[in-house]
Design a protein around this ligand. Structure first.
Ligand code: MMA
Ligand code: CA
Length: 166
């Protein structure tokens, strides 16, 4: 809504606080749209696969710090919920953190969105770290069963996943 303000006999048009809020919400939405557009166009180094965008780091960090980086990008560590997605991640041929942890309850592996692990792709003899290794990574990527449990403080590359709006 416009408001007409009378200042020293002069009529002045100003925005009401409600209008200002709408303008700022529109600016936020415009920024979000443009950011998504840059991600979808491949300009930002994200790869598109099956309705998500993926980002593979070029540096290494602990699992927690890797996760923080993903979240700061509006994403999270990858959640692998299909064979296609597992194969996609493997062919990147990188030893890297994924969004799996059993830190909360030893032996109960969960994805970063809180969902239970259904189909798993543990490498031979993995997971083997018991209470010492509570974070998941892709390690033996030459075979489909590539996951390993690792000490969370270990520094590795990581892969973020951002679900894209339909
Ligand atoms: C490393 C470490 C473990 C993994 C073994 C497999 C020596 O430890 O990555 O998590 O299980 O290698 O050989
Ligand atoms: Ca292990």
């Amino acid at each position: 809504m416009w408001i007409l303000k009378q200042t020293k006999g002069k009529k002045k048009k100003i925005f009401s606080s409600q209008s200002k809020l709408i303008v700022s919400q529109l600016n936020t939405r415009t920024e979000q749209r443009d950011k998504l557009q840059r991600i979808k166009s491949g300009q930002q180094g994200w790869m598109l696969f099956g309705g998500s965008a993926y980002y593979v780091s070029s540096t290494t960090k602990s699992w927690e710090e890797s996760r923080n980086d993903c979240r700061q990008k509006g994403a999270d560590l990858i959640i692998i919920n299909s064979e296609e997605e597992q194969n996609f991640a493997n062919q990147l041929k990188k030893y890297m953190w994924i969004g799996l942890t059993d830190s909360e309850n030893e032996g109960t592996w969960k994805w970063v969105d809180g969902s239970q692990l259904t189909t798993s792709y543990w490498g031979p003899n993995e997971p083997n770290g018991n209470r010492k290794e509570n974070c998941g990574d892709i390690k033996t990527f030459k075979t489909q069963k590539s996951w390993n449990d690792e000490e969370c403080s270990h520094t590795l590359s990581w892969i973020c996943e951002m679900r894209l709006p339909l």
